[in-house]
Design a protein around this ligand. Structure first.
Ligand SMILES: [Zn+2]
Length: 179
């Protein structure tokens, strides 16, 4: 047995230095036999289309401050994926979306504060008729509207989002024959 995650060395129930990883999400205390499952988290991200462009946020915070990202975030306990994507978009950029359409999902990891979180990112798509002005906030300092082909992937904050945008480009190319 290994200490797969350094933060999980001590048992959170009895404090013993004998908390071991059975596998990448199952931890067990040899002293008090406490079992803990560090299950993966659900994340949603939104592809908001207006005409031939999609919305990219400019991140206001690290990681990736100043770089591009899709609107989105972690799903709250008790929340559906659809409710989460509606909430995140409203909170981050003030746009009220209806009937987000599920596209696909991708496994991902988010290292944060010394803990590596395994996630599954669900991508939703929606179309809006008009672009409201953004009120900049701590999380989002600006909004950029780009066609898929215009996006410089080097400006995108996270590998998972680069992969998502790459996948969308491929499917757009397959559908239209354009690049
Ligand atoms: Zn214990």
């Amino acid at each position: 047995m290994r200490h797969l995650q350094p933060w999980a060395r001590y048992c959170s129930r009895c404090g013993t230095d004998g908390f071991v990883a059975v596998d990448e999400r199952h931890f067990h205390c040899r002293a008090c036999h406490f079992d803990y499952y560090h299950n993966l988290a659900a994340v949603v991200c939104a592809l908001i289309r207006h005409q031939d462009r999609i919305a990219l946020i400019v991140r206001g915070r690290d990681p990736g401050r100043g770089l591009l990202d899709l609107p989105g975030g972690f799903v709250d306990p008790g929340e559906s994926l659809e409710a989460a994507v509606n909430r995140e978009v409203r909170e981050e950029i003030g746009i009220v979306i209806t009937k987000p359409r599920y596209l696909f999902s991708a496994p991902n990891t988010y290292p944060y504060g010394g803990v590596t979180y395994s996630t599954v990112d669900a991508v939703f798509e929606t179309t809006i008729d008009a672009v409201p002005a953004l009120t900049p906030n701590d999380e989002v300092v600006a909004l950029r509207w780009r066609t898929l082909g215009e996006i410089d992937l080097g400006e995108v904050a996270f590998e998972s989002i680069r992969n998502t945008l790459g996948r969308l480009r491929e499917s757009a190319t397959a559908l239209t024959g354009e690049t």
